[in-house]
Structures are given as C-alpha cells and as structure tokens.
Design a binder for this molecule. Structure first.
Ligand SMILES: [Ca+2]
Ligand SMILES: [Ca+2]
Length: 511
C-alpha cells in the first residue's frame, strides 16, 4: 500500500543531517583502510562499477582552498563550488577520485546521488496528465478541463485549501453551496455560503475536500518535492456540501439544484468565462452493501433529466468488494441510461502502470448480469490529495504530507476507495467536454468505454451486445484519456483539432 521506497528531497536532506553523526565509525574504519577521507557508500559502489568512465564527486575540504587544491592535484575537472561549506563539485575517473581522497585537508568524498520527484502516479495510469501536456481543447488551449465546471456532491470543501489556489489569486472553487436540511431530512434548501466558508470542517468531514482535489487540484509542489495535480487542473469546481452524514434526500436536493442551475451555477449575472456550466457531477456516495437499481427512485429520475440536458453523472461503484456471486454495486450507478458512469477502483501500485490490479474493496457486479457491472475503472487506491489533518477522514490517511507553503503542515494525505476513482473520471469528462464542447453524455460514455485499456487482473472480459468487452469487477477496463479524446474528436472533427506529440497521433495502435 505504501509507496516503494524512493529518495525524495526530504530523504536526501535527512541523509545529509545524519552524516556528522558518523565520526565514530570513521575512526574505527580508518585503521583498517588506507589513510584518507571517508568515501560515501553510494560513491564507492559507483566507483566499483565505473570502469574507464568518469563520475561526479563532491570533494569536501577543511575549507574551500583545501578542497580546490585537492581537486587540482588529483587531476579532477573542477565544477561548482559551495564556498560556505568548503565543497567543490568535480568530475573524473576512479583513479583521480581515489587520488583526491588522500590529499591534505580532504574530509569526505560524496557522489551525485539521483533524487526523484514523487509525482502522483494516478494521472499517469489514466494518461490524463499526458492529455493535459500534449492535447488541445477545441479552443486551442491545453486539455486541462478549462471551460467546464464539475459539480461535486460530497461532505463539503475547504475552498481556502492551497490545492484550489490559482496563480492569479483566484480559486478553482467558483461556487460553494451547502445543503441545509431540518432534523428529519424532509425540508432541505441549498444555500450559497460564499468563497471562504469551509463546509467540510464544519461538517467534520474531509472526504469532499479530498475528492474535489482529485477532480481539479491545481499543479502543486509539496515540501518533499512531490508534484501533484488533479485530473482536470483547469476545470472549475461547484461544491455542493451535504455534510459528512448523508441521507439520500440531501443528495437528491443537490442533484436537483444542479438540474436547475447547471447552465449558470454562479447566477445569471456571472459569465461562463468566470463560472462555466456544470457538465458533470461527481457522486462518491451510496448505500452500504450496494444492491439492485431502482428506476423509480428520485435519484434515477434526476440523473436521467440531467443526462437529457447534457450533464453526465459519475458514481463510485462502491466499496463492498465481492466475488461476482452477488450484485453489490452502488444501485444508482447501474442506471443503463447513457451518460451515467459507474467507476470501479484500479490500483496502479504507485508506479503509474496500466497493468495493475482491481482493488479488493471495489464493488463487483453479479457475474453473468452485465447490467450490474461497473462501466470502467480508474485509480482509486493510495491517492494523494488535499486533506487537512484537522478533518476526521484525513486523520485516517497513511501519509500526511506538507506544502506547498512553509506553514502548510499536513495539508495532503493518501486515502483509498472508489470514492477516489470516480473523481478521476469526473475530471476526465471535463477534459472530454473541453475537447468537444458539443458532445452528448452518451457520446462521452461511449468514447470512454470504447477505448479502455484491457488490463488483465481479475475476471475475464466477456463480449457485450454493443461490441465491447466487459467484466464484473473492472467493467470495460482502465480509462485511457488520450484514446478517449481521439475517439470522441476523431469521429466528427478534423484531426487538426487535436494536436499530439509524434507517436501519439492517429496512427497509434490502440492497446
Ligand atoms: Ca484548457
Ligand atoms: Ca453507464
């Protein structure tokens, strides 16, 4: 579940701090080895394998002059100097580096250890980050979901969280709504609480802030060097806070608000350039245990009306696991109406691979009844997003992280669930609408399901009446943003609408 051990900037700093604690070991080993400065283990290993090549070495001296003199005497090529700490960066052969070791005043030889930025890998597995970097929307701008608002129906949001901060001082959160119900959940209203109210902390939540960050977190570098962004880092967010304790009437009140307000979610007076229309909602909630879809439910009627008006509904498939012997998928996600998506949880094993696994907890449909299957899979396991430690669900995270600012302590955390898979797809839907603003929800669902990557973990794929293949655990497979965009745009538009890097163009073989 944890990341494979990788050296981050924070780890590198820790190693440097530990070095002064080693003189006792140094004194002991000095008697057993030829006289001279200690050599870092990493560099020693590198030198053993170096052959006739050259390596980079940091020559530490008692002062800068000693280090410089040693570099010159050993025949190394001098580079940068860290004057204040008496270190000269140099390059040379193993023999030259060994010669520097015994020069007067040399205290330590250190190699040039590689360090890695820890990029959140979930947008690699979906090819969503690749789409942002290499594809353009219909407006010619990067395919980051701009021009689209995503409605997030969840516990709430901390709109002041740095993950939602934009470079120009504005926020990804354009509308902050709170569903307020009476004690019996029969009288509910939606209230605009303004740009600063943290509805998530008020609700003792945290879930909604994490989910919203997965949808549309802005590019952010954490204190340890990790680089994060949401699936659609240019999309806007309309938060509909239902509180941490959910009842279906409250959630339906939010869906009904979207139905009434999706074209102008900030009010008629606010232009779409500032506050774009809602084209998709994310719904990471459902009854525990899953069950059969009820086409007569208020939720079904609302999401069908939304699809008819051009708004997709994205659902988490549920966290009830299963083995295909029973249908435990989130009921409303099974609605066969085109434009309603049920998302299973995929785990990229923190590597960005597309050949990972279906999460154990991801709800399975009933084998042999394709109507109960999830539509597709997206990363949901070990997802890092906005999550302050002061919020209850974030305290359960495995990996509190700091940043981007010095005072931003415990602002990000890593949690898992189909709740984290669905918002990847909600952000991806925003990308698809940016690629083709006239697309219908049915076209977008077809493009997503027709281009999935067929990772093989779990149940076998079986043919559908529609000419696809699907499975009771992972649906049609792992979402592939680049392939979905090409399928969506290529069908009706000139190929020049989407510009790609070489190798990713129309000739690319689909997996
Ligand atoms: Ca854009
Ligand atoms: Ca569907």
């Amino acid at each position: 579940m944890r990341r494979p051990a990788r050296l981050s900037l924070a780890c590198a700093a820790a190693a440097a701090l530990l070095a002064p604690a080693l003189p006792l070991a140094l004194a002991g080993s000095a008697t057993a080895e030829p006289a001279g400065a200690r050599v870092q283990d990493f560099l020693a290993d590198q030198l053993a394998d170096l052959g006739a090549g050259e390596a980079v070495v940091m020559v530490h001296g008692t002062d800068l002059a000693a280090a410089e003199a040693a570099v010159d005497a050993a025949g190394l090529t001098r580079g940068t100097a860290f004057e204040r700490i008496g270190v000269v960066v140099a390059r040379g052969t193993a023999a030259e580096i060994e010669a520097a070791r015994t020069q007067p005043g040399v205290t330590y030889l250190e190699g040039n250890r590689p360090i890695t930025f820890q990029q959140e890998t979930s947008n690699v597995a979906t090819r969503g980050a690749e789409a942002v970097a290499t594809l353009k929307g219909a407006d010619g701008s990067a395919l980051d979901g701009s021009g689209v608002s995503v409605g997030v129906i969840d516990s709430g949001i901390d709109p002041t969280h740095p993950y939602f901060r934009e470079a120009v001082g504005s926020s990804a959160v354009v509308s902050n709504q709170k569903v307020v119900c009476d004690l019996f959940e029969i009288a509910c209203t939606v209230q605009d609480v303004g740009p600063l109210v943290d509805t998530d902390t008020l609700a003792a939540g945290g879930h909604g802030t994490h989910v919203s960050g997965i949808v549309a977190g802005r590019p952010t570098t954490l204190s340890d060097g990790a680089q994060l962004q949401g699936a659609a880092p240019g999309a806007k967010l309309v938060s509909l806070a239902t509180g941490a304790v959910l009842f279906i009437v409250g959630a339906d009140t939010a869906l009904e608000w979207v139905l009434e307000n999706h074209e102008a979610p900030c009010g008629e007076g606010v232009p779409a350039t500032v506050c774009p229309p809602i084209k998709v909602t994310n719904n990471s909630y459902g009854p525990s245990g899953g069950g059969e879809f009820d086409p007569e439910s208020a939720t079904a009627k609302l999401q069908r009306a939304l699809a008819a008006e051009g708004v997709l509904t994205v659902w988490a498939a549920g966290n009830d696991g299963g083995d295909g012997s029973a249908n435990v998928v989130n009921p409303d996600s099974q609605d066969p109406t085109p434009g309603i998506l049920s998302v299973a949880s995929y785990f990229d094993q923190d590597t960005g691979t597309r050949d990972g696994v279906v999460s154990d907890y991801s709800s399975r449909g009933e084998a042999g009844r394709q109507a109960t299957y999830p539509d597709l899979s997206a990363p949901g396991e070990a997802i890092t997003s906005s999550c302050r430690l002061t919020m209850p669900i974030c305290g359960t995270g495995l990996d509190p992280r700091n940043g981007p600012g010095l005072l931003d302590v415990g602002t990000f955390n890593t949690i898992s669930g189909t709740s984290m898979a669905a918002p990847h797809v909600a952000g991806i839907v925003a990308q698809l609408f940016e690629a083709k603003p006239t697309a219908t929800p049915a076209e977008i669902e077809a493009a997503l399901k027709g281009t999935t990557y067929k990772f093989t973990d779990g149940a076998a794929y079986e043919p559908t009446d529609g000419g696809l293949t699907t499975s009771f655990d992972k649906g049609t497979g792992l979402v592939d943003v680049v392939a979905a965009v090409q399928a969506l745009v290529g069908a009706t538009a000139e190929p020049t609408t989407v510009r790609t890097k070489p190798g990713l163009g129309k000739g690319r073989t689909k997996p």
